[in-house]
Design a protein. Structure first.
Length: 422
């Protein structure tokens, strides 16, 4: 029988890698904590309508990328393709928006895309949402938080910030018709994707990767000229915040984002180190979304970072800290020694709850146990043989450096370990 395999684009995270995931997550969580954001955990599955109503019926995500299915009840459900919609749904449902709220989430997202480096069908995001503040100081807070995160990870010189304002809904509608007018006159020169989008989602044409289409856009009306006054002023204030804090950015007038719910500020952090999948984090303001999903009108702004892409980037730059290794490897030769060793080690764990202790299992010769001890990367080996048991002692053997092996009474083990750890 052929062995079953994981689904294309949905990957296992193996033990060697999971340390890296834990490292990244720990740094992100620590920065989010320090800015006062609290974690929220939403289900992976939501009603399909949640996503079509928020992300937008004619976006790539909802049109082509969602994993949707009918459950046994005949209800249409979808694996979440992103976190903001579910977070807003939960915040409304549990009345978290009566006062301003800072929330973050993490976990797998699902999109039926063509798998390639930095693009999976199950991928992971860590995202944050800031509810209740309409001003650009809130946008700036999220950007500062991210800039700090990149510094903590050592990525500050390889990611760059692109920002834009896409204005109010009305401003965008006016711009949309101007853009459609212009592009319709050049319909035949557009790439196939853009021709399709001309009807459904013309703003997305702005970030087309097609060179000829990009050339055409040079002559197109600019979104900036259609911005409403408030959006324009907020954008100027946001830029002032960033300037004052020394956070570098470029204004990319063609940055639009692929989700319908955004307004005013949008931003992306981009790297050149990962080829085509260069956006590691993206976000923006979505002042209409809460009301659109049935809540009391509440402004919001948020971001989501792609965990796999960040891991690739940290790996490419060789910035992962050394993998954790156990401090001690515990060996025993013979039944009586096994019993003694086990009892002592469990006591040691009581005294040093955070100490990494790997207990050798399965017996074997001294030589084979020593080999495993060496391979474990541990600093010290603890050793119980017949002699040690008879004398109520234990042998401590340094595995790195050139310290001396020594035997000492078991009662002194904790004290000795304490000293060696200092
Ligand atoms: P892209 O243009 O690369 O498809 P997107 O605009 O669809 O990205 P968002 O919905 O804004 O992406 O998601 C935020 C971040 O999540 C992205 O910037 C990226 O880092 C990550 N991401 C999105 N889709 C995937 C995927 N299929 N695989 C891995 N990471 C992804
Ligand atoms: Mg996408």
């Amino acid at each position: 029988m052929s062995a079953l395999r994981s689904i294309r684009g949905m990957n296992d995270v193996l033990p060697d890698d999971s340390h890296r995931w834990q490292y990244l997550e720990a740094v992100v969580v620590s920065v989010l904590d320090s800015y006062g954001y609290s974690e929220i955990r939403m289900p992976l599955v939501e009603p399909t309508a949640l996503f079509s109503r928020s992300i937008g019926e004619v976006t790539d995500i909802v049109e082509k990328e969602m994993y949707s299915f009918e459950d046994r009840n005949g209800d249409s459900l979808s694996l979440r393709p992103e976190g903001t919609a579910g977070c807003v749904r939960a915040a409304i449902q549990h009345n978290l928006l009566a006062t301003p709220a800072r929330l973050w989430y993490r976990g797998p997202m699902f999109r039926y895309e063509r798998p390639q480096k930095g693009r999976q069908r199950q991928f992971h995001q860590i995202g944050a949402e800031l509810f209740g503040y309409a001003g650009p100081d809130a946008d700036a807070e999220l950007i500062f938080l991210l800039a700090r995160l990149w510094r903590r990870l050592g990525l500050q010189n390889v990611v760059r910030l692109e920002i834009n304002s896409i204005g109010s809904l009305d401003a965008r509608a006016a711009y949309r018709s101007a853009l459609v007018n212009y592009l319709s006159a050049h319909h035949d020169e557009l790439d196939e994707d853009s021709q399709r989008r001309l009807q459904s989602n013309p703003l997305r044409i702005l970030d087309s990767k097609n060179a000829q289409t990009q050339g055409l856009l040079d002559g197109a009306p600019a979104l900036q000229e259609y911005l409403d006054d408030e959006s324009r002023e907020d954008f100027v204030r946001l830029c002032a915040y960033l300037d004052a804090a020394g956070v570098a950015y470029t204004v990319n007038p063609r940055l639009v984002r692929g989700l319908d719910y955004y307004n005013k500020t949008v931003f992306e952090w981009v790297t050149d180190e990962l080829g085509a999948q260069g956006t590691v984090c993206a976000g923006g303001r979505y002042d209409g979304l809460v009301a659109q999903l049935g809540g009391k009108a509440t402004p919001g702004v948020g971001f989501a970072m792609g965990v796999e892409r960040l891991l690739l980037l940290i790996e490419a730059l060789d910035l992962f800290p050394a993998e954790p290794v156990p401090s001690m490897y515990v060996m025993a030769m013979g039944d009586a020694a096994e019993q003694r060793a086990t009892a002592c080690v469990e006591k040691l764990r009581d005294t040093f709850p955070d100490l990494g202790i790997t207990r050798h299992l399965g017996g074997g010769s001294f030589k084979s146990q020593m080999k495993k001890a060496d391979r474990s990367g541990a600093q010290l080996a603890l050793l119980w043989g017949e002699d040690e048991v008879a004398a109520g002692e234990v042998t401590i053997k340094p595995l790195r450096g050139d310290g001396e092996q020594q035997r000492l009474p078991e009662e002194q083990l904790s004290e000795r370990v304490q000293a060696l750890l200092e």
